[in-house]
Design a protein around this ligand. Sequence first.
Ligand code: PEP
Length: 248
Amino acid sequence: MSARRKLVAGNWKMHGSHSANAELLAGITGARPFACDVAVCVPFPYLSETAVALAASDIRWGAQDCSAHDQGSYTGEVSVGMLAEFGCRYVIVGHSERRQYHQESDQLVADKARAALARGITPIVCVGETLAQREAGETDAVVKRQLSAVIHTLGHCAGEMVVAYEPVWAIGTGRTATPEQAQAVHALLRAQLQAATAHAAGMKILYGGSVKPDNAATLFAQPDIDGGLIGGASLKAADFVAICRAAA
Ligand code: PEP
């Protein structure tokens, strides 16, 4: 059993409305206490109301992306300084949907992680292979390359990030990596972190990809899986709470 406290973070993606958010957040806060750290990463326009709704709780909140720039003429972008003003504790960077639909490179993801840490916000750095890459036997090389860019850019701060292994073929598909498949990649990532930072043993490596109440416990029982990044199931309070309970 790992001594690392688990983290379950919801990724709401582009979902939500004032009324749905209020109901969801009330359902989560009403289910406290949890035996793990819990966070929700919400769309930018909902940061303010999320901060208000969670202010009196130990549940943290964050965003799903950030700019690598501090400020300037970058229409549509949101800086980490702005996220900090909303009390964000976390920001997801390098989600496969950003890499795929917005052509985010490994280096841009690393620059975003560095910008976040510079403002005291913990980046949740996503890595993961596509189905074609897995079938070609490239999983290890792909995730190592993605993480390597971040490790090199963060330097001595690398130990402060959270890593999320999210096989692209498991995101939103209902197809989950088996606990053994996930553990094998997590162990690989931990070894890579160990070679780079003295803090690797205490770092959280989350698993993401169709985590549901009925598969969370077996995934979280793996020695190098320190919680989850939860997409679809984070939108229903009962499911999200059940996943948090599985991360005791
Ligand atoms: C995600 O979007 O990070 C994710 C893991 O989604 P889902 O849980 O829906 O697969």
